[in-house]
Design a protein around this ligand. Structure first.
Ligand code: FES
Length: 104
């Protein structure tokens, strides 16, 4: 019996994108979600996973200027794009109104 081997099935992918105004490059698994990459690999804890099925909005990120659910986006889909998170909302170290309201 022939066995099909998908050689790159487990391979990491290299992606790069703009994150809160800075260029980042990160190695991801093909099945990794955007919030897994942002939280676990890039340390952005403002991105939260709530329901994990696109209903609560706790994972919201801004992708190319549009709010999307980070739990429903694969990290691979961030490649070459612009991502903003709550951490990127402040200006010159000052918290913006949303950051202030979330820190209470
Ligand atoms: Fe609830 Fe993404 S975690 S919408």
């Amino acid at each position: 019996m022939n066995k099909v081997i998908y050689e790159n099935e487990q391979a990491d992918l290299e992606i790069s994108f703009s994150l809160n105004g800075s260029s980042v490059q990160v190695s991801i698994k093909p099945w990794e979600t955007a919030i897994e990459t942002l939280r676990n690999k890039l340390g952005l804890k403002g991105v939260k996973e709530g329901c994990g099925i696109g209903e609560c909005g706790a994972c919201t990120i801004i992708l190319d200027g549009r709010a999307v659910n980070g739990c429903l986006i694969l990290a691979a889909q961030l490649d070459g794009r612009t991502v903003e998170t709550a951490e990127g909302l402040g200006v010159n170290g000052a918290l913006n109104y949303l950051q202030k309201s979330l820190s209470r």
